[in-house]
Design a binder for this molecule. Structure first.
Ligand code: MOS
Length: 696
């Protein structure tokens, strides 16, 4: 279906086809690996086979003798970094090994095949030391981090939770767990690095060109203006490309060593399970107390999760619990186990996704204990203001989402009795959950607008489109901000030669870059009016938004799922899901719908399939490929019904939009888990819900 461009000033909201669509479907959109590079060399990494110790000796003779091998890199000859404080990134600076899979070197060769074969010929001898890679909530060395990811406080306490819990009419005390998971975007992490006369160019698969440049320049002691990062098209990230990882450092080291020739380095799928981040496993104890009417009097959410010894990552797992419901007393805590493992990082809705699985499963259990419909139970506990900040919500339409979703899904008349509906061998049930995702506002973006000879406008901002539709959505925003049609906008993104942009993370892109483009359009019109001359230009940063001090800003969603469970085999099918979202103004109805479907599908994977199995004896992920780490495919995904409520939020940003990249996943796993309970009468409190957990 082709959608024609809307009239001037009405671009926002239109289901415009992707501007980059034709390039992508014809295979002409250059991804990082595909940039033309003259006479390139190929890098294949060497990973540690032990989880802790030292590299005693590297026997590279056979590899070096192979025709086509240019160099073997190890800690013995790698460049010394100017800033080695970040121990995830400061690779090859010593013989020390801190986790299994850590980069201990690389082969550079004329072809990928030679590099890979040569790597297999390198003999590495270790001084192995005992390691500790076993995550457990019962460890006696759990510690309290200073802050959580994104700067959130580690613990919160409102009122006397223990007292309220012990005197509550209805109580629930359950522990939920989620496994370690890996992001797995379709395009692997990739760098093409060219180091020439002190100038470094990176064609990089990243969620942030400017953020990558900042980190690499600091590590290698380069002036920022000597480093260029190009990220024109990116095949997904889900957070794993949000912060630079050691693969980029390794590629740059190689480029520095072979100065002049480009280095190409794309991770294999298996290598993506060792050093590009992952979602931490969690163990979450949730306690809820309510009065006779079902009003929450006590809410406690205590989380144990893991981090790496070499670098702390403290996921904000109980964050959503601080704002979801009204409760008289509340406690949220986070404790970490620091292990000899690679560093966990962002994965779509880090914190909210695993946290809301626990909270929203507990809410379902509690509704049953209170004899209330799970939707009515949630609505009964809807808060007035945001308890964490004491601020009013800029907009909060969770109730509207629940009501609209109930209507679309056909919730009315649902018999809450579990294990009551069957069709042949299939036990059938339905479930609901809520979700939230905060409106993040990342600083540091700038945009430039220039009038062209033909009267069109070049709009420049170093934003990245990681497959979400940013290119199209920002074009629509620019068209409306300049009051022209989308054909008159030539948007340029994905390059540090363009004005600085914040990372495509935390669902913040449109808020940050869209606001910035709005600010630049205002500056342009203010300076040049509505009849500018060719060459007229204006540049501006993200406008201040004083409302961020006055309101709590979050997106909300309601998620519904039908689950069918084979009574004999435990197989779970999810023939349909409904998601209704309150996300402010939707910029592009078509790409937004894709984002919601993608998020819900990832939630389906989290509910039923995804689990990275760590063997603590060796410290590595055993099922490190798509044969054994299953993500949903077409055959797993049923009907995805997506809608959003009209939400006008004048406070979030000039466009009135909230982020949509992550809200889709947040409540989906719990909705499915709750549906599985309704179908079977079995409450699975440990994701993923695999068949073994449903066979009695
Ligand atoms: Mo997203 S996990 O914030 O890159």
């Amino acid at each position: 279906m082709s959608t024609t461009a809307p009239a001037t000033g009405t671009a926002i909201g239109a289901p415009l086809d992707r501007i980059d669509g034709p390039q992508k479907v014809t295979g002409t959109a250059p991804y990082a690996y595909e940039h033309r590079s003259d006479n390139p060399l190929y890098l294949y990494p060497l990973h540690s086979d032990v989880a802790r110790g030292r590299v005693a000796r590297i026997d590279a003779g056979d590899a070096e003798a192979l025709p086509g091998v240019i160099a073997i890199i190890s800690h013995q000859n790698a460049p010394t970094l100017a800033d080695a404080r970040d121990r995830e990134l400061s690779i090859l600076q010593s013989d020390e090994i801190s986790f299994r899979g850590q980069y201990i070197g690389a082969v550079i060769a004329e072809t990928f095949e030679i590099a890979r074969h040569a790597a297999s010929l390198v003999g590495v001898f270790y001084d192995e030391e005992p390691h500790d890679a076993a995550f457990s909530p019962d460890r006696d060395d759990l510690y309290t981090p200073d802050r959580l990811n994104a700067g959130f406080p580690t613990d919160t306490e409102e009122g006397d939770v223990d007292e309220a819990f012990s005197s509550a009419a209805v109580t629930l005390d359950e522990t939920y767990s989620t496994p370690l998971e890996h992001n797995n975007p379709m395009e692997p992490h990739t760098t093409v690095a060219v180091w020439e006369a002190g100038d470094l160019t990176l064609y990089e698969s990243t969620q942030g060109a400017h953020t990558t440049r900042r980190t690499i320049a600091r590590l290698f002691g380069l002036d920022r203006d000597r480093v260029r990062v190009v990220a024109l098209h990116v095949g997904g990230g889900f957070g794993s490309k949000g912060l630079p990882h050691a693969n980029t450092v390794l590629a740059v080291m190689a480029a520095q060593m072979v100065e002049g020739r480009p280095i190409k380095f794309a991770l294999t799928r298996q290598q993506m399970f060792s050093c590009v981040g992952y979602r931490t496993p969690t163990v979450q104890r949730v306690r809820l107390g309510a009065d006779e009417s079902g009003r929450l009097t006590a809410t406690s959410h205590e989380v144990v999760e893991q981090t790496a010894k070499i670098k702390e990552f403290a996921e904000q797992t109980a964050y959503a619990t601080r704002t979801m419901y009204a409760t008289e007393t509340r406690r949220t805590t986070h404790r970490l186990a620091a292990l000899d493992v690679s560093v966990p990082s962002w994965m779509r809705a880090p914190g909210e996704a695993p946290g809301m699985y626990a909270l929203e499963s507990a809410m379902d259990e509690m509704a049953i204990k209170c004899n209330l419909d799970p939707i009515e139970f949630r609505i009964l506990n809807e808060p007035e203001d945001d308890a964490e900040t004491g601020l009013p919500y800029s907009s909060r339409n969770l109730v509207a989402c629940l009501r609209e979703g109930a209507e679309r899904f056909g919730w009315e008349g649902r018999d809450p009795t579990p294990r009551d509906r069957r069709e042949g061998r299939w036990l059938v049930g339905t479930g609901v959950a809520s979700g939230m995702y905060p409106v993040f506002r990342m600083p540091g973006s700038k945009a430039r607008i220039t009038c062209e000879e033909n009267g069109s406008y070049v709009v420049e901002i170093g934003a990245t489109d990681i497959g979400t539709g940013t290119w199209t959505a920002l074009t629509q925003i620019a068209a409306d901000a300049l009051e022209v049609s989308v054909e008159d906008i030539d948007l340029r993104i994905g390059d540090t030669d363009l004005p600085s942009a914040s990372v495509a993370g935390g669902s913040s892109g449109i808020t940050a870059w869209g606001s910035t483009i709005f600010g630049a359009a205002r500056a342009f019109r203010g300076r040049h009016g509505h009849n500018p001359a060719a060459g007229d230009t204006a540049e501006a940063g993200m406008p201040d938004n004083p409302d961020t001090e006055n309101y709590a800003m979050h997106a909300f969603g309601a998620y519904f799922a039908e689950a069918r469970v084979d009574e004999d085999t435990g197989e779970v099918r999810v023939p349909r899901m409904t998601g209704v979202f309150a996300v402010g103004n939707v910029i592009n109805a078509k790409t937004a719908r894709s984002q919601f479907i993608g998020g819900m599908t990832m939630g389906l994977g989290m509910a039923l399939h995804e689990k990275s199995l760590v063997d603590p004896r060796f410290g590595h992920v055993v099922n490190h490929d798509f044969a054994e780490y299953h993500i949903p495919t077409n055959a797993d995904v049923g009907e995805m019904d997506v809608a959003w409520v009209d939400e006008h939020d004048p406070h979030v940003n000039p466009i009135g939009s909230k982020g949509i990249g992550e809200i889709g996943i947040c409540g989906s796993p719990a909705a499915i888990a709750n549906a599985v309970y309704h179908a079977t009468g079995i409450r699975v409190r440990d994701l993923p819900i695999t068949p073994d957990k449903l066979l009695r």
